[in-house]
Design a protein around this ligand. Structure first.
Ligand code: SF4
Length: 366
């Protein structure tokens, strides 16, 4: 007999029975096409994540703070090791031990997720917070059909009868662009292409109409043409259903096309955050400038693409002062001594860099 295994990030007990509104009515209830100016849905405050070590703990995330408005797509960008995925895992309660949250708050609609026990967090995952990971093959259970996975997720989190769950699953498959959903309902993950599998993962993440979706490198394992389809699908679903999305990627191009705001991370800290147009057209932090300069541009004739010299430091080897200073072409006196605080550089736009602190940089300010 095959072992029954959970297909969603959570297999929590079913919530108290109450009439489940159809997906369409849930959607229209929060159909904001634009981010809401109301209180943020998610507010991360001074989040610290550490790795216990026999000679003391190593800090992997340092006082990470940002807000995400309802209906907003926040892009989180940075090189490998910047702390993007750790931030997503901390929010969804899936940090791999021995990693642990050692400080700060993750306020989801006013409730601090850091105070939730595992059972309560399981109840949030899948229902209120969905997740889309990089590799659809590892997100899907190869032993079950996509219909079985969708039905389990739906009946675990919503008080639906099997008939209602099946109807909703079929509607969701059609919505994410799976052709012939009736027929494909009984197919296994290996019978789908990579792009179609990622559509199934998106259907699983969104079928319970979660308020927040964390998409961690959702297109990295896909061909460029399929990437574009998946990104436009995510954008459409977020717009139509008012879903808040945290889109984690190393690809500035994906962020520029998709996000409302961008959060740039480096060595476990937020170094710049601002509206996507401002940040992409005029990045302020030298690290963000380096990331954007390293993107190939149509028509640009260059012998060699600019790149940021050096590599991202490991959590145990973060240099003092500004963690970026060994790689920064604009470093000056305070940079290797003092950690720069986040400083306003334009309305709604903040950068953590001494260039904006009034300290005199060689050759003038920013
Ligand atoms: Fe460069 Fe100094 Fe700004 Fe860090 S604080 S990014 S080292 S100028």
């Amino acid at each position: 007999m095959r072992q029954r295994k959970s297909h969603s990030p959570s297999a929590a007990a079913k919530p108290a029975a109450q009439a489940a509104p159809p997906r369409s009515s849930l959607s229209s209830a929060r159909s904001a096409a634009q981010p809401s100016a109301a209180a943020p849905l998610l507010s991360v405050r001074n989040l610290r994540v550490e790795i216990p070590h026999r000679r003391g703990a190593v800090t992997a995330l340092h006082d990470v703070s940002f807000d995400v408005a309802r209906g907003e797509i926040l892009g989180v960008v940075g090189e490998s090791g910047a702390g993007k995925s750790l931030t997503g895992q901390a929010i969804i309660g899936l940090l791999e031990p021995p990693l642990r949250i050692s400080g700060g708050q993750i306020l989801f609609d006013g409730q601090d997720l850091c105070t939730f026990d595992r059972a309560r967090m399981r109840g949030m995952r899948g229902k209120e917070i969905g997740a889309i990971f990089q590799d659809p093959l590892t997100s899907l259970n190869p032993l079950f059909t996509i219909g079985e996975m969708l039905m389990e997720t739906l009946t675990t989190h919503l008080p639906l009868s099997p008939t209602q769950a099946r109807e909703r699953a079929l509607a969701m498959l059609a919505e994410v662009g799976i052709p012939s959903p009736q027929e494909r309902f009984g197919h296994y993950p290996h019978q789908f292409s990579g792009g179609m599998r990622q559509r199934v993962v998106i259907a699983l993440a969104l079928c319970t109409n979660p308020r927040l979706v964390i998409a961690d490198e959702p297109t990295t394992a896909l061909d460029v043409s399929v990437q574009a389809q998946i990104i436009s699908l995510l954008k459409r679903l977020s717009r139509e259903h008012g879903t808040t999305v945290i889109l984690i990627t190393h690809d500035m191009g994906v962020i520029a096309e998709t996000a409302h705001r961008v959060c740039v991370m480096y060595a476990g800290r937020v170094v710049e955050i601002g509206p996507v147009r401002d940040l992409v057209s005029a990045p302020q932090h030298p690290y963000s400038q380096g990331l954007l300069q390293s993107i190939p541009r149509m028509g640009a004739v260059l012998e060699r693409l600019p790149q940021i010299e050096g590599t991202m430091p490991r959590p145990g080897g973060i240099p003092p002062g500004c963690a970026f200073h060994p790689r920064c072409p604009r470093r000056f006196a305070p940079c290797d001594q003092i950690v720069p605080p986040p400083l306003p550089v334009a309305p709604g736009h903040v950068a953590a860099c001494h260039l904006f602190s009034g300290a005199s940089a060689p050759g003038g300010g920013p």
